[in-house]
Design a protein around this ligand. Structure first.
Ligand code: NAD
Length: 287
């Protein structure tokens, strides 16, 4: 059963993901607090949201009235206690480091209301390990959004062994209210999205290595033959080949599965600084 009782949301971390999650939450009608470690970072995140909304108006995707209402529902906070005071849901989006996330969830266990759901936007870490620092782990789950948050419609709701059904129902309700399609996934390395996406990406790289076809032609096989909106090699260039390598190494270590062993070609390209779009060269020339 989907639970629509959440009214107030706190987002922790106002970076790439956090500012987007806060924007989408406020647009969906939730009273939203955006927390970061100092006021300058909070202001920066709020300014990024403002900029997105201005662009939305220019593209006729957002009305001036919606922008006003969204801004009125958003509050920046540089004090964690104030940020989570009285909230129904916390979505953590701080850097991908297990010790940092565990420390924050430990503080949330004390500072956030006992009934609040505590969610992490982690893209790879174990939700169960993050939840070990919380007195009641049944209220912890993952809510994995995709970048850019205001555009991509998927939210993976991650269920650890201890996560309660009520927690999943609440997270699902919020994701739906935000206009996302939630999928419920077991807490396992790479969840559903990265595990499958990385498998395809690594196989495509091995095919380039073996000279099966050119990068362009392998991508065309997927776009025209399988109706993927983008081929796996071009997508790897956009995500960043260093990011792809890190995820493959993590999945290889965690799952102990040879399918995730990073291909030599990927290691060589990253070592040579060919990281994809951000460095100007990857499987494609982006200069
Ligand atoms: N970037 C992506 O495409 C993407 C996609 C899905 C999930 N994620 C996950 O989202 C999380 C955040 O990633 P990001 O790309 O937004 O990172 P980011 O570096 O852009 O932003 C992190 C923010 O957290 C803040 N921060 C650092 N320490 C903090 C603390 N102790 N308390 C509160 N805020 C703190 C930083 O100041 C920064 O604003 C990570 O777990 C990442 O794996 C990222």
């Amino acid at each position: 059963m989907t639970d629509h009782s959440v009214k107030t949301v706190a987002v922790l971390g106002g970076g790439t993901m956090g500012h987007g999650i806060a924007q989408v939450a406020a647009m969906a009608g939730f009273e939203t607090r955006l927390y970061d470690i100092d006021q300058k970072l909070v202001d920066l995140a709020l300014a990024r949201i403002d900029e997105n909304l201005v662009k939305g108006i220019a593209k006729a995707k957002v009305t001036p009235e919606e922008k006003r209402e969204t801004t009125a529902r958003l509050r920046g906070e540089a004090d964690l206690g104030k940020a989570v005071d009285g909230v129904d849901l916390v979505i953590e989006a701080v850097p991908e480091r297990i010790e940092l996330k565990r420390a924050i969830f430990g503080r949330l266990s004390e500072l956030a209301p006992a009934g609040a759901v505590l969610a992490s936007n982690t893209s790879s870490l174990s939700v169960a390990k993050i939840a070990e620092s919380v007195a009641d782990p049944s209220r912890v789950c993952g809510m994995h959004f995709f970048n850019p948050v205001h555009i991509l419609a998927l939210c993976e709701v991650i269920r650890a062994d201890a996560t309660s059904e009520a927690t999943i129902d609440r997270a699902r309700g919020v994701a739906e209210a935000m206009g996302k399609t939630p999928i419920i996934v077991k807490d396992s390395p790479g969840f559903a999205s990265s595990r499958l996406g990385v498998t395809l990406g690594l196989e495509a790289i091995r095919m380039v290595e073996e000279g099966v076809a050119s990068a362009e032609d392998i991508d065309t096989a997927m776009t025209l033959g399988y109706k993927h909106p983008m081929g796996p090699l071009r997508l790897g260039d956009l995500v960043g080949l260093d990011v792809r390598l890190a995820i493959a190494e993590y999945l290889h270590a965690e799952l102990g599965d040879e399918r995730f062993r990073p291909p030599e070609l990927l290691r060589t390209m990253v070592a040579e600084g060919k990281l994809g779009q951000k460095s100007g060269q990857g499987f494609y020339d982006w200069s």
